[in-house]
Design a protein around this ligand. Sequence first.
Ligand code: ATP
Length: 335
Amino acid sequence: MTDPALLQVDGLSVDYLTPQGSARACSDISFTLRRGEILGVAGESGSGKSTLITALTRLQRPPAVTSAGRIVYHPADGEPVDLVAQSERALRRRRWRQLAIVMQSAMDCLNPVMRLGAQFTDVLRTHDPSLDRAAAWQRAGELVRMVGIAPDRLPAYPHELSGGMRQRSLIALALACDPDLVVMDEPTTAVDVVMQRQILAQVLRLRERFGFAVVFVTHDLSLLLELADRIAIMYAGRIVEIGSSADLYHRPKHPYTKGLRDSFPPLHAPLRELSGIPGSPPDLRDPLPGCAFGPRCPRAHAACEQAVPPLRTVEAQDVACVLYDPQNPEATAHA
Ligand SMILES: Nc1ncnc2c1ncn2[C@@H]1O[C@H](COP(=O)(O)OP(=O)(O)OP(=O)(O)O)[C@@H](O)[C@H]1O
């Protein structure tokens, strides 16, 4: 049976309004995240991944504005709510408790002048005022132990911990109030590759235990392929393909997904030549009338310049490419 929907994102657009013009960094994004699902978001730098992640938790700040769409959150114990329509006060009550965030740099998120344990007890007691100090400290110990940190490190200040420990503390902090959703923006860029895998393996184990869903951004497609249930590929602010990790790796449909996959070393097969994607992404302030990938696409033809292709379901994934438009004479079933 398919798990129930946790988040339904429908037609979400986010613009950066700057004196130099407006740039649509997320454009008409729609997808459903299921309870307990791990969704990875991949794409080149500037494709809108971080903008999407911050918009999902409604943490974006000016000059970013959500200009269209809905983010319908289905709490386990209540009516669905559209997060876009919620007040900042209502959102604040949901953060940590229902929606938690792990950002790129743990140092930016942890308070440098507060002991680690106090940061946990603060979050725990804000959301459960009945918890006394000793019980909150005890719970903080359990949380850090879950991510492989000895509770006797709780009195330490963030600068007294290693980068990996800080990052793992942040993950434990995100899980402190047993949230439904954890969004992670490059949660492991600050640590080495071995530590990256350890941290993410830990997240997976904790997901098995607590059942939270994860939306997770990284540049590292191979990491996503290993960890995510499904992957959304973004290009110039749009999702161009979304499907299971296995389908995206073995049967990518969009020429951009193929290019991205071939830019990374294979997971388990012998090394092959990496091809990369020639050219660079477009300027989001001046979008093309047709497919944004057209100018770099090896399969581009006249139909690509006419309109932005919508996401269509093709076999097991959704893909936005005219090669899968049955009305297009150039379309091939298996492009
Ligand atoms: N503060 C800002 N002001 C104006 N435009 C911005 C701002 N932040 C981002 N943008 C625009 O939004 C686009 C998407 O940025 P975003 O950071 O979401 O991409 P990303 O895919 O997360 O990139 P990266 O992988 O480099 O973090 C950028 O190309 C840029 O044009």
